[in-house]
Design a protein around this ligand. Structure first.
Ligand SMILES: Cc1ncc(C[n+]2csc(CCOP(=O)(O)OP(=O)(O)O)c2C)c(N)n1
Length: 339
């Protein structure tokens, strides 16, 4: 197979300036958000292994800097859509750990009253957790159309997808329309290198993904180091500015790697232990922690304490889920749309 991989041109940002701009207090808050996401995933998986969570389980471990950096830079007041790998985005957009854990357990107190499970979380700004690969991209494009139609200022529609979605027709139709109609849609390809067990280079003909695709549709692209919170923050901020000021779509590729298999039932045999160990050396949480320690804004002890606090929150959420009632079968057909 011909090698069509080309070098990445990463978004350039002045790291020191970004750190100063965000400041100590907010950076600690974002570190805590990432720790909460990580702890939720670790405990959610454990609950799954104990048979307490049904359906599928797709962990966001390793990718935390991307969506945390995005919401830190853009705020919540936009439309958001994502895939089944949706626990982090729902958390960042305001779903509580209790609601999320109860939804994983399928309980009445869950984020979707126990009807959606792990793949279908939502909030007032999150249109879903949607499981058809690429299927949510036209929905996000429609949300951007609404923003333009209603002349809403400073708003965009953020659409997160995996590299496996890039070859889907719906993505190309969406990019084409968004460009023709000048829609403020920010498409984000979280390129974690794998679509289930298929390496991205076996599935997508041209790379870098964002750079190559954006040229075809005459839109601006960004390539971000998805393990680096600061680059994600700065890149998303710049992209949002372009999208809302010019009313134009943007395509972002966040290069990353997931720390777990595709889902909990994937042993990840397509990746060697050694390769995974190398990937995990760039743990986004450790990178942010190290930067804070370097600034003198955090110590190892304080980091451990923050981690402990987030773990306690998650353990309390598990207790809440455990003790919550099951949905009453009498309400089975309520809140469900089935054409
Ligand atoms: C249209 C469609 N085809 C196939 C599937 C089965 N499927 C679920 S996830 C997945 C891989 C997607 O990988 P990627 O888009 O890279 O996202 P990631 O899981 O890496 O976040 C596939 C093929 C699906 N859900 N929808």
């Amino acid at each position: 197979m011909a090698d069509r991989t080309h070098p990445y041109h990463f978004f350039q940002c002045d790291r020191k300036k970004v750190i100063e701009e965000i400041g100590k207090e907010r950076l600690i808050t974002h570190l805590k958000e990432m720790l909460l996401i990580r702890n939720l995933e670790i405990r959610g998986e454990a609950a799954y292994q104990q048979g307490k969570v049904g359906g599928f389980y797709h962990s966001y471990m390793g990718q935390e800097a991307i969506q945390t950096g995005c919401i830190a830079a853009a705020g919540k007041d936009h439309w958001y859509t994502t895939t089944y790998r949706c626990h982090a985005l729902a958390t960042l957009l305001g779903a509580t750990p209790n609601e999320i854990m109860a939804e994983l357990y399928g309980k009445e107190t869950g984020n979707a009253k126990g009807r959606g499970g792990s793949m279908h979380l939502f909030t007032d700004r999150l249109l879903g957790g949607l499981a058809i690969v690429g299927g949510h991209v036209p929905i996000a494009t429609g949300a951007a159309f609404t923003i333009k139609y209603k002349k809403q200022k400073n708003r965009a529609s953020f659409c997160f997808m995996g590299d496996g979605a890039v070859a889907q027709g719906a993505i190309h139709e969406s990019l084409n329309l968004a460009s023709l109609w000048n829609l403020p849609c920010i498409y984000v390809v979280e390129n974690n290198q794998w679509g289930m067990g298929t390496a991205v280079k076996r599935a997508v003909a041209v790379t870098p993904i964002a750079e190559s695709l954006a040229k075809s549709y005459d839109i601006r692209s960004y390539t971000l180091d998805g393990m680096d919170f600061f680059q994600c923050y700065a890149g998303f901020k710049d992209a949002l500015q372009h999208a809302v000021q010019e009313s134009r779509p943007v395509l972002i590729e966040a290069v990353c790697e997931r720390f777990r298999g595709h889902s909990i039932s994937d042993p990840g045999l397509y990746r060697t232990k050694e390769a995974l160990a190398v990937v995990m050396e760039r743990d986004p949480i450790q990178l942010l922690k190290n930067a804070l320690i370097e600034m003198g804004w955090l110590s190892e002890e304080q980091f451990k304490e923050l981690d402990r606090e987030e773990r306690e929150i998650v353990l309390a959420a598990m207790k809440f889920a455990e003790e919550s009632p099951w949905p009453d079968p009498i309400h089975l057909e309520e809140g469900v749309f089935a054409p």
